[in-house]
Write a new protein. Structure first.
Lengths: 669, 319, 220
């Protein structure tokens, strides 16, 4: 029942997309498209949520489309329901945001047809139950998002971003194709049921893991395959950036979880060493890159890389525990990772909506041209502040709960017997702690430079608040951030059917615990009570306010700030994004990025300004991609000669190929 | 009935930490002055400072927003809640289930987040210097603190502070190398987080040497009183944590009766006095580091915490 | 009582590792020499404690030699050398303090990984003591290779010897005559090095290894 509803919603979205191709220039087209998308995704979200909470039975469906001997299999189980909930929540909010944001779109014909198609593609990937459907819908999702990235292709940098995105997406799909080929084996059973029943050998399973890490990891943003993400995510319109960062990366995580946890069977112990290590490196590198940016949307995109790293740390720990038959610990690690999937899609979408609001109001993405927006866009500033606090893992918001659960999973790992895991896991714990602290620094910078202080340019001074649709979308997510942080027990219980299906155990049920606290392992170990903490903070703040109002002076006066006797009317003397991150760049960046600062001072007597120039080196780009691109270019130049041969030479080539094939046939006999 | 008594003891603990915090700072200042052969301010001077600030008018910059006015209340509230969650003279209370060490570290992180934003709010370079240096120090001090928390939790089997305190009071503990490393790391982090010499000078107002003072430069009146009270509470919190974990004798488990609580209070005051004295001696004996040496200092604390956690991981070896 | 005795010995071994990390952290000449004095003090206390629990009075003499020679005489002599050569200043490690300490952690992990499986038949604390002693030796070597200054290389070399003493006394038995000969050889080596440092300083006005490399006569 729920499966049919979901497939009809996807069909409705595809139909809207087809209609929008014809009618995109119509005056009410934008409102219609986003409205229908909102309704369809809201219905899908409710259907998925009901299925998950009611612990529904797995439903499958076979449609006679696609390959004649295979058909298209669709399946709805607990894992798919959870990811459908995440996908459709983000999509509904983006559609709601688009109702307001879409009015400012200058080329609606390039955006409106592809937006519902993108949503439909993401839904269908999660529902796919055989290799062909999965790969087809995966490519469909990539192509429709590529079209959205290229929507403003005349802006500088966007065309290059789209090109690199297409290259990396093709590489990812190729890797997944090979992985499915290996999984299906020589018998050619491409349906997921057949793959589940077959048990591959250890070498094949290891190769499949590596291929899935390349394929799904590049779409999610694992280092070193992340290079397309900070170029492509900012280039798209803001609600699409929110979808790509907050939702499409989660579809990639779904791909990884489905293939590795569900289809591959028993994991080897070294999987639990490789995946968390990649996750830890991704987390720290992502946040360090984010700290060096002054483009608001690129900062948020790099930050997505960091959070994907945290999710993969949780997933990798679950693999390590499962390989050693510690089911309860694996359930905890998996719960932590999946809860972070939900949390990240909520607060990252919220932050991208805020950045989109800033872009609509001022036309600027560069933080160094903004400032003082808290006076001019107060609601957006408040929503962005809550999103920043949530992503920095501050209690009582939801980011802290998933981070806390991941730490609890790490604290269970001394029981793992392998020596390399014993050395690796404390290192990963240190990397996780480091990335959490650096994330807080990054968002103090992002919020502080953009919204606080004095406006640095005229456009910042003239900014106005955005429309009600966008604000509603943002505030829905603000409420969710707070709710998921205060009442995490309900969310953890909802995940228990998912972890039970994947690792065979679940975290103890939380809903009958007193005081609404969560106890992930046992009462004697650790517990967290978000509601009580929130109540304490509110009570402490309220009593401080009461004491102050009762006994302290209420006099307030406005005046100029302290300036040491040198009044500066110019707002460019305040801290910029680059200057805020300079201490951290000195400490970490000299090693990681070879960051070098150069100061060009004019000679004495010359009145021109001094220049400060910071040089950063992108190590994966220089070490991996640039030589690869160079090699491809070199090979292409050499092979170019084949284009200009004579007719006789071409005939010789054909003759030679025929002779070789006949020889192979003869020898093989 | 038991729950009501526990809530009463918890409320008393909240008020005790709030009352003792300015006294501790006054004591540290007095000891530092006496070591320098000065008379120094009287012991109760911080209380007088807070009262004076409460009665003064607040002067706000033209560009200060609502965040500037709300931040002191939030900073004070989160620091007070964190300080109240640390077991001082009683443990095993009903609300101790919320007293997780990671929660305490994160609450202090929230306070720092709001304070750094308030520093950037006015739009001058002073606030920017303070905020950026504070976030650099935090990016190393917070992971170091978390690694120390890991080590302690791996030993005690829980991240709850009252369980850790109970475990350290028990007989099975012995003298462990990872505990010694964790203690050294915790002391280094406490010095950095409380803006003490050698990391920051709490008594100076020169921009080259300020971190914490630069962020709060624009604050005045009742707002400054709240922020000063929060910094007193933070010092008390770190000394309480060190006392609760490494010198846990005297913390009364729940349900022991009034006499045990009274003894616990007296012992707690003694621990604070001893800790404050050692802090004052250390601050007087050492010079302040330059800013980029602070990152080496905290990097060393992070390494010590990491080494302590690593030793805990590898020493579960079947012999 | 016995467990407490073993715990205290274990604590001294761990303390020696901690002081070795402090040696890596220092960036001033006088700081390095003073920390080395602390290193020698911890070693002598550890040896004295081993003498107490093993009831081996000859180890007290070892402890006394370590204390007098390494904690007082040699640091005083090095202070004199530093003042006379005029080289008291800061010395940065070749790759920076952070990376050096990270390498130190890696070395401790390596020695734990090597030692624990090898000594499978001994008691837990004795195995960890041996792992700590090996880490002190490796950290001393790291100290020697991570700085460009001759005095710090001398200190690194002597801290290696401290690690060996820790290992030998922990394993119950090192005859006094071996200790005396080793200590005397160290003293002789130090005197020779000191003389050479003076001669180098007189000739080339520097003891920085990097600059001395140019005089080796090979192609640049």
């Amino acid at each position: 029942m729920a499966l049919e509803v979901l497939l009809w919603c996807a069909a409705a979205l595809l139909g809207t997309s087809a209609a929008a191709v014809a009618a995109a220039r119509h005056r009410a087209a934008s409102a219609c498209v986003y409205g229908i998308a909102l309704c369809a995704t809201a219905i899908a979200m409710v259907a998925a949520a009901l299925f998950l909470l009611a612990d529904g039975r797995t439903a499958t469906l076979l449609l006679p489309v696609g390959l004649p001997w295979l058909g298209a299999h669709f399946r709805l189980d607990a894992l798919a329901a959870f990811f459908l909930l995440v996908v459709n929540l983000g999509s509904a909010a983006a559609s709601l945001y688009g109702l307001g944001y879409g009015r400012h779109e200058e080329s609606p014909a390039r955006v409106l047809p592809f937006f519902p198609a993108f949503l439909a593609g993401m839904n269908l990937v999660v529902l796919a139950d055989d290799a062909f459907t999965f790969l087809f819908t995966w490519e469909f999702m990539s192509l429709s998002s590529w079209a959205l990235v290229m929507a403003h292709h005349r802006r500088p940098g966007n065309a290059e971003a789209g090109y690199i995105y297409l290259l990396m997406a093709s590489l990812g799909t190729l890797a997944l194709l090979l992985a499915f080929g290996l999984l299906a084996g020589p018998a050619g059973g491409y349906a997921f049921d057949a793959i589940r029943d077959a048990s591959p050998s250890a070498n094949v399973a290891g190769t499949v893991l590596a291929l899935v890490l390349i394929g799904a990891g590049s779409k999610a943003g694992l280092v070193p395959l992340h290079v397309w993400l900070p170029l492509a995510h900012p280039a798209a319109p803001s609600h699409v950036s929110a979808l790509m960062s907050g939702v499409m990366t989660k579809v990639a995580v779904y791909g990884f979880v489905r293939i590795v946890f569900d289809l591959l069977g028993e994991p080897a112990w070294w999987w639990g060493a490789l995946v968390p290590l990649l996750g830890g490196i991704t987390a720290v590198l992502g946040v360090l890159y984010a700290l060096m940016q002054h483009d608001l949307k690129r900062l948020l995109a790099y930050h997505t890389v960091e959070n994907i790293g945290i999710i993969f740390i949780g997933l990798g720990l679950a693999l390590a525990f499962q390989a050693n038959d510690m089911q309860a610990a694996a359930a905890l690690a998996l719960t932590a990772a999946l809860f972070h999937v939900f949390n990240h899609s909520v607060f990252k979408s919220l932050l991208f909506f805020g950045a989109g609001a800033v872009l609509t109001s001022t036309g600027e993405r560069d933080m160094e041209h903004l400032g003082g927006l808290i006076h001019r866009m107060p609601y957006t500033a408040f929503a962005f502040l809550i999103g920043s606090a949530a992503i920095s893992a501050l209690p009582p918001f939801n980011g802290f709960v998933s981070e806390w659960l991941t730490f609890q999973a790490i604290l269970l790992s001394p029981a793992l017997p392998q020596w390399s895991l014993k050395f690796l896991v404390p290192a990963i714990g240190a990397l996780l702690a480091l990335s959490a602290a650096l994330a807080a620094a990054c968002f103090v910078k992002a919020f502080g430079i953009t919204f606080l202080g004095r406006p640095r340019t005229q456009v910042a001074r003239d900014a106005k608040e955005v429309d009600a649709w966008s604000l509603t979308a943002m505030f829905v997510f603000v409420a969710l951030c707070l709710l998921a942080g205060i009442l995490p027990g309900y969310f953890i219980d909802a995940l228990s059917s998912v972890t039970h299906a994947l690792v065979g155990a679940h975290v103890p049920r939380q809903n009958e615990l007193s005081w609404l606290m969560i106890v992930p392992i046992a009462e004697s170990r650790s517990s967290y009570n978000g509601l009580l903490l929130f109540a304490f903070i509110v009570m402490a703040a309220w009593s401080a306010t009461w004491v102050i109002h009762r006994w302290a002076s209420a006099a307030t006066r406005r005046s100029a700030p302290w300036d040491c006797g040198y009044p500066d009317a110019s707002p460019i003397t305040q801290y910029t994004a680059g200057s805020f991150s300079q201490p951290i760049r000195r400490v970490f960046g000299t090693f990681v990025f070879r960051a070098r600062e150069e100061v060009h001072m004019p000679p004495p007597g010359d009145n021109s300004a001094a220049r400060l120039h910071v040089r950063l080196r992108d190590v994966p780009w220089d070490v991996l991609y640039a030589p690869l691109a160079g090699a491809v270019g070199f090979a292409a130049d050499r092979l170019n000669k084949v284009q200009f041969l004579t007719i006789r030479a071409y005939l010789t080539l054909v003759f030679g190929a025929l002779v070789v094939l006949l020889m192979v046939l003869g020898i093989w006999q | 009935m038991a729950i009501a008594l526990d809530m009463l003891v918890q409320a008393v603990q909240m008020l005790v930490v709030l009352a003792l915090a300015p006294l501790l700072t006054g004591y540290v200042r007095m000891v530092k002055a006496r070591l320098l052969r000065r008379q120094g301010p009287p012991l109760l001077q911080p209380y007088r400072d807070l009262l004076r600030l409460l009665r003064k008018e607040v002067v706000l910059a033209h560009d200060a927003s609502w965040l500037f006015r709300v931040a002191p209340y939030l900073v004070f509230a989160t620091t007070w809640v964190a300080a109240a969650l640390v077991p001082t003279f009683a443990s095993g209370l009903v609300v101790s289930a919320a007293a997780d060490m990671i929660v305490i570290v994160a609450l202090l992180g929230s306070a720092r987040f709001m304070l750094a934003l308030a520093g950037l709010d006015v739009g001058t370079s002073f606030g920017g210097i303070g905020s950026s240096r504070e976030m650099m120090i935090a990016s190393l001090a917070e992971p170091a603190m978390l690694m120390v928390v890991f080590t302690l939790s791996l030993l005690a089997g829980s991240t709850q502070l009252s369980s850790i305190a109970l475990f350290m009071q028990g007989p099975g503990i012995g003298l462990r190398v990872s505990l010694a490393l964790a203690l050294v790391g915790l002391i280094m982090v406490a010095i950095a987080e409380n803006a003490r010499i050698p990391v920051d000078n709490p008594a100076t107002h020169l921009e080259l040497t300020m971190v914490h003072e630069a962020m709060i430069l624009e604050y005045s009146g009742r707002h400054l009183a709240l922020i000063e009270a929060a910094s007193y509470l933070k010092l008390l919190l770190y000394l309480s944590v060190i006392g609760c974990v490494f010198v846990p004798w005297g913390i009364a488990p729940s349900g022991e009766g009034l006499a045990a609580y009274a003894i616990g209070l007296v012992l707690y005051a003694t621990k604070l006095a001893a800790g404050g004295f050692m802090l004052a001696v250390f601050e007087t004996a050492i010079a302040k580091m330059r800013v980029f040496r602070v990152s080496d200092f905290l990097g060393a604390a992070l390494m010590l915490g990491f080494l302590a956690a690593l030793l805990r991981f590898v020493s579960r070896v079947a012999s | 009582m016995d467990q407490l005795a073993l715990d205290v010995a274990h604590l001294f071994a761990g303390g020696l590792v901690l002081v070795s990390f402090m040696l890596l952290y220092q960036d001033r000449m006088t700081g390095i020499v003073n920390t080395f004095a602390l290193h020698a003090l911890v070693v002598s206390l550890s040896v004295a404690w081993q003498a107490y629990i093993q009831h081996a009075p000859h180890l007290y003499i070892t402890a006394a030699i370590a204390l007098v020679v390494k904690a007082f005489v040699i640091p005083l002599a090095l202070h004199q050398i530093i003042v006379r050569l005029g080289i008291h200043r800061t010395i940065e490690p070749v790759v920076g303090v952070g990376l050096t300490m990270l390498a130190g952690i890696g070395l401790v992990a390596l020695s734990v990984m090597v030692m624990l499986p090898i000594t499978a038949t001994a008691g837990t604390l004795a195995r960890e003591d041996l792992a700590f002693a090996l880490s002190v030796v490796l950290l001393g070597l790291l100290m020697m290779i991570s700085r460009r200054n001759a005095v710090s290389q001398v200190i690194g070399f002597m801290s290696i010897e401290n690690g060996l003493i820790l290992a030998a006394t922990g394993a119950k038995g090192m005859p006094l005559v071996v200790e005396i000969s080793v200590a005397f050889s160290i003293l002789i080596a130090l005197i020779v090095i000191g003389v050479f440092l003076f001669r180098i300083r007189e000739r080339f006005e520097t003891v920085d290894i990097h600059e001395l490399h140019e005089y080796r006569g090979e192609q640049p």
